[in-house]
Ligand binder design. Structure first.
Ligand code: GLN
Length: 192
């Protein structure tokens, strides 16, 4: 069985744990750097990217997370987690982890649509996935090695670049675990 961690500094952590377990993998909440060591994959949850970044720095997670990525291990960023993965953020000089070749804009669906649900077609996942968007970012553009998996209203809301998977919405907030299953399958394939 593969072991998937969920970074547990802030945000929607529990729901990802349940989703990963439902997808047939072992799930662990990661609160300390040492726990990264024997993981096969890691989820960066949704929440508030600026708060998460502050806690990443406070608990010295930045370099270990970059090392985790450099080791080729799979990482899945949802919402704020997507913002953490991106190597370019609209309006910011520096990215956070900066490991995935995408440009992301924060809070980009506008005030009137602070949160909403939308039925999404996600390549390799489902044609009818209900995406829960909460002050969601979107992917403005992707680099050469990045595959766009889903768009909504002409905006990219899910993408994959080899070991990296990212989405604008919160797949863990519904009972539909097909997105978690997609990531768990990625983790299994990359481990094998
Ligand atoms: N708006 C948040 C941010 O910029 C992301 C929202 C979320 O993760 N639901 O970090």
């Amino acid at each position: 069985m593969v072991k998937v961690g969920v970074l547990g500094l802030q945000g929607a952590v529990r729901e990802h744990i349940w989703a990963v377990e439902a997808a047939g993998a072992e799930a662990v909440v990661i609160k300390k750097v040492e726990q990264l060591e024997n993981l096969d994959g890691l989820i960066l949850p949704g929440g508030e990217s600026t708060t998460m970044r502050r806690l990443i720095d406070k608990y010295n997670f930045m370099q270990p997370l970059r090392d985790f990525a450099a080791a080729g291990k799979p990482m899945f960023g949802t919402c704020a987690g997507l913002i953490l993965l991106a190597n370019n953020l609209v309006g910011y000089e520096e990215p956070h982890l900066g490991v995935m070749d995408i440009t992301v804009e924060r809070n980009s669906f506008g005030r009137q649509r602070e949160s909403f649900e939308a039925k999404l077609a996600i390549k390799g996942v489902a044609d009818d996935f209900i995406g829960v968007f909460i002050r969601a970012p979107h992917i403005v553009s992707v680099g050469d090695g990045v595959e766009v998996l889903s768009e909504h209203d002409g905006r990219i809301v899910a993408a994959r670049q080899g070991q990296f998977l990212g989405c604008s919405f919160h797949p863990e907030l519904t009972e539909d675990h097909r997105m978690a299953q997609y990531f768990v399958n990625m983790v299994k394939e990359l481990k094998a």
